[in-house]
Design a protein around this ligand. Structure first.
Ligand code: 13P
Ligand code: SF4
Length: 352
């Protein structure tokens, strides 16, 4: 639906009134009505890199989800404040690993005698507390665009990896990108004693995958890949690495949201593509490239409901509050957590 012209005008006017004092970041999964006001759009890696790009802007309005805004707060100066237009814009995957669960897992690894050779790696899609734990234990953050490089870095530091919280990104990177076997991976279930594993399983695994997943990407199935290929044998299947291992194995191309955009920019006119990622992005790409056949991999999968919470009314409200001199929905990470988390984020940003 086209956005309300009054709200568009109000957002434009508020942004103009704030001038260089506001910097709006937008993740690729945001709605069109919001993304049109972003100064920078990106995948989560690019947004982490860009967060500190405007040190003169007092306010960073983050159109994305909570863990991204936390990372922006960690990576920007003390004089800058990060605003999330709707505090309910969380991420169910990030919520699948709490700090106390991860500390318990680390104790399990200590008890079986392997914690000192295990390097924790966390996907960006995790709370600041988890990034803090990982930084404290000498580990690294990764995103979907650098998971392989981050894992290689981790195996240079130790023998084993604890990968948080997305089992699929961890498994897909280990097996598809790095040539390990499924037997090298075990799944740690935080709701079971010892993760539901024997001591030997914990001791012998090359990688311990946390039992977390994305509720959106987890819904693409092998059956929908096969159906797409049956209907159109020429189709290119392009999916995000948060999809399940069987979907990723059956796909032609796998990558982050930024990778997906670049792949479609480079695609031949007339070529056919089925995309397994969030619907706002797939729609935007289909509209942007009418000369390419771009479809959504599974019509029954919906938007990421938390990404979608940031809509134009919330953005207008946040911007107008800033114009009025109030700072709404500030995301702050306490300094102790932030300093450890920054170490883990900086290691990622320094990857070659
Ligand atoms: P990207 O880093 O690929 O943008 O992915 C972020 C995300 O939340 C995917 O679900
Ligand atoms: Fe989280 Fe999945 Fe939404 Fe990404 S798409 S923000 S991983 S719930």
């Amino acid at each position: 639906a086209p956005s309300d012209p009054d709200l568009v005008e109000r957002a434009r006017a508020a942004k103009e009134a704030l001038g260089g004092n506001v910097f709006v970041l937008g993740h690729h999964y945001q709605r069109d009505e919001v993304i049109q006001f972003a100064d920078v759009t990106g995948d989560s890696f690019k947004l982490a890199q860009q967060a500190a790009a405007r040190p003169d802007a007092e306010y960073i309005v983050f159109c994305g989800v909570h863990f991204m805004a936390e990372s922006a707060d960690i990576l920007t100066g003390d004089h800058q404040r990060v605003v999330l237009p709707d505090m309910a814009a969380g991420c169910s995957m990030a919520d699948m690993a709490t700090a106390s669960q991860v500390e318990q897992c680390w104790e399990d690894l200590q008890r079986v005698g392997v914690a000192d050779v295990t390097v924790p790696v966390t996907y960006m899609n995790s709370t600041a507390a988890i990034k803090g734990f990982v930084g404290r234990e000498g580990g690294i953050v990764c995103t979907s665009s650098n998971a392989e490089r981050a894992l290689r870095w981790a195996y240079d530091q130790g023998e084993k990896v604890l990968f948080l919280p997305d089992q699929h990104l961890g498994r897909n990177t280990m097996v598809r990108e790095m040539g390990y076997s499924l037997d090298d991976c075990v799944l740690y279930n935080p709701h079971k004693p010892n993760g539901g594993l024997t001591d030997d399983e914990l001791r012998n695994a090359k990688i311990i995958l946390w039992k977390g997943h994305c509720s959106v990407h987890g819904r693409f199935t092998l059956a929908c890949v096969e159906e797409m290929r049956r209907v159109d044998p020429e189709v290119n299947i392009l999916v995000h690495p948060e999809c399940t291992h069987e979907v990723v194995e059956a796909a032609d191309y796998v990558g982050s949201t930024e990778y997906i955009i670049k792949a479609l920019e480079a695609a031949e006119p007339g070529s056919s593509w089925a995309i397994g990622t969030e619907l706002n992005l797939v729609r935007r790409l289909a509209n942007r490239f009418p000369d390419k056949k771009i479809s959504f991999l599974d019509k029954t999968v919906c938007y990421c409901s938390t990404m979608n919470r940031i809509d134009l009314p919330h953005l207008v409200w946040a911007l107008e509050e800033l114009v009025a001199g109030r700072v709404p929905n500030v995301i702050t990470v306490d300094e102790r957590t932030a300093s450890y988390a920054r170490e883990a984020l900086d290691r990622m940003l320094a990857l070659p």
